[in-house]
Design a protein around this ligand. Structure first.
Ligand code: GLN
Length: 543
């Protein structure tokens, strides 16, 4: 291919229509036809990155190898196209303005006025070009966050329009829209999508494809309406009904021939066809009957009256991958740990599960509830996987109840406490004093040495691994000997032996806590070894 081809993906009607999954799936189907792809997310927030956002507001903070704290969509991209996302793949309004203002202060605009247009869109385009130059992919898919018609993403749309103006034949627009079926009407309505397409027109952009998200498939009548009123070819209105698994989406796109239609619109011939493995998985998922019952005990579930599992999306996906690998389907129950604080007896309900996961977290709310949950799974030999905070809290529980260190806690819980078995990392202390909170945790990929013969080492079947991190606190080495003497096994450490990365209990069927986030590296066809062993142990408990 001579020129890079660009696909801008924008959302219409409402948020959460699935732009991220659509962008990742487009990447997947183009890959399946023999092309290389890069996927970029533009987030309209003034935040420099997602690191300072509350998970109940914005969903999970996804961490890359390079330490970028990004929107959860980057995780979806990684799982679908199996490529590592970097900080170049995540652009926010904050980053763009920060760079323009930095350049202005350095006189790099040479006395010119610095203006919102075109200087802001130009900086957006410069960032997209960084990825183009570096990766030289055939296709660059750019997902623009937010919904068409809101104020916040107009400068990203303007950048996209400028790109189209410059490279007429190399840019296509995909509108991911929603067609509601109001229960009192009982009919699929296309008007909101028509408005969305027109609003996009007012930004100077004509959609080439409209992905019609709805409860059901698009019928002829609606397809014609979309074509006539939104100005797209009828065949480019793509039916995208709700699916039971997101991994069905690429398969459905291929059924709709979206791959061929995109290639045709660019005048490109497909090179190959390779979706066998993916199709097989999508099919298998539907056929699985046997379940593994997993409780996720956390604290980031609620938004108003609604429960949201988005805060733990990678954890959930990783558990799914592992379960599918064992030919079972996961059945998740979300447990808000504060319930165990209100009613301590309720913790017994955990005995009904095959396994329990405690994912990452911050702060003090709900923590004692999590610690009592951990005590219950430890003493009742229920398989346990603790991720980051889940490892730290397991250490605290063990210190209190097995090593009998009264009042053991972490600095995060009580900085005045006598026994801080989890304490602040030395370099983190200075950062907190200086109120340097942004992108300042121990982030990204770090190596971990595994102790031979431990459960963790056997799971990985390696002696050294690299995993992604995001934390400020760590296992306090002053307590290492004492906890080890009580039966805790430190099965993974940083190569200098200073940072405890993995703990486990050898007598328990599966009790493993990790300071890192293995969930980020799990793939649908390559379940993460620790999740795999956790699910295996959970299935054994079931028997
Ligand atoms: N709050 C803990 C820390 O900062 C754990 C962080 C996490 O779970 N990601 O170390």
């Amino acid at each position: 291919m001579n020129n890079t081809k660009y696909l801008f993906v924008v959302g219409g009607v409402m948020s959460s229509v699935g732009k991220g999954i659509a962008s990742a799936s487009i990447g997947k189907i183009l890959q399946s036809r023999g092309f290389s792809v890069s996927i970029i997310k533009c987030d309209m927030y003034v935040n420099i990155d997602a690191g300072t956002m509350r998970p109940t507001e914005h969903g999970e903070v996804f961490v890359g190898d390079d330490g970028i704290e990004a929107d959860q969509d980057l995780g979806t991209y990684e799982r679908f196209v199996d490529q590592i996302s970097t900080r170049n793949h995540y652009i926010t309004t904050g980053q763009v303005y920060q760079e323009v203002i930095r350049r202005e202060r350095n006189l790099e605009y040479k006395g010119e006025d610095v203006e919102v247009v075109p200087d802001i869109p130009n900086e957006i385009l410069r960032r997209i070009n960084l990825v183009v130059k570096k990766e030289k992919s055939d296709f660059v898919i750019v997902e623009i966050g937010g919904t068409v018609g809101e104020y916040q993403n107009v400068l990203f749309l303007e950048a996209a329009r400028m790109m189209k103006f410059k490279h007429k034949n190399d840019v296509l627009f995909v509108l991911v829209s929603y067609l509601p079926i109001p229960p009192m009407v009982g009919e699929m309505k296309s008007k909101p999508t028509q408005y969305a397409a027109r609003t996009l027109n007012s930004a100077g952009i004509q959609a080439d494809f409209i992905i019609c998200r709805s409860e059901r498939s698009l019928d002829h009548k609606r397809r014609d309406k979309i074509a006539t009123f939104c100005n797209v070819n009828a065949e480019n209105a793509i039916s995208a009904p709700d699916v039971s698994s997101v991994y069905d989406v690429p398969v459905n796109f291929i059924k709709e021939k979206l791959d061929e239609k995109i290639l045709k619109a660019f005048g490109i011939k497909p090179k190959s066809r390779d979706m066998k493995e993916w199709r097989a998985l999508a099919k298998k998922i539907k056929r699985l009957k046997r379940e593994v019952k997993i409780a996720v005990v956390g604290k980031y579930f609620g938004t108003g009256d609604f429960e949201l599992a988005d805060s733990y999306i990678s954890v959930i996906e990783a558990a799914k991958h592992a379960a599918w690998g064992q030919n079972v389907k996961p059945n998740f129950t979300w447990v808000d740990s504060e319930e165990y604080e209100k009613d301590p007896k309720k913790v017994k309900e955990l005995s009904a599960f095959d396994g329990v996961i405690v994912p990452g977290g911050f702060g003090t709310r709900g923590i004692e509830g999590i610690i009592s949950a951990i005590k219950h799974v430890r003493t009742n030999t229920i398989p346990y996987l603790g991720l980051c905070y889940g490892m730290q809290l397991a250490t605290i529980e063990f210190a209190r109840n097995v090593a009998k260190i009264k009042g053991a806690t972490s600095t995060e819980q009580n900085p005045e406490a006598k026994h801080q078995v989890i304490h602040i990392m030395p370099d983190q202390e200075k950062k907190l004093l200086a109120k340097d909170y942004g992108a300042s945790m121990r982030l990204g990929s770090w190596p971990c040495k595994l102790k031979k013969g431990t459960k963790a080492q056997k799971a990985y079947a390696k002696s050294r691994v690299d995993e992604r991190h995001r934390h400020r606190y760590e296992f306090n080495n002053a307590y290492r000997k004492r906890l080890e003497a009580s039966g805790l096994v430190v099965s993974g450490v940083s190569p200098d032996n200073h940072i405890v990365e993995i703990i486990e209990l050898p007598k328990h069927p599966f009790f493993v806590g990790v300071q890192f986030h293995p969930e980020f590296k799990s793939r649908p066809h390559k379940p993460h070894p620790l999740f795999k062993e956790f699910v295996r142990a959970s299935l054994k408990k079931r028997k």
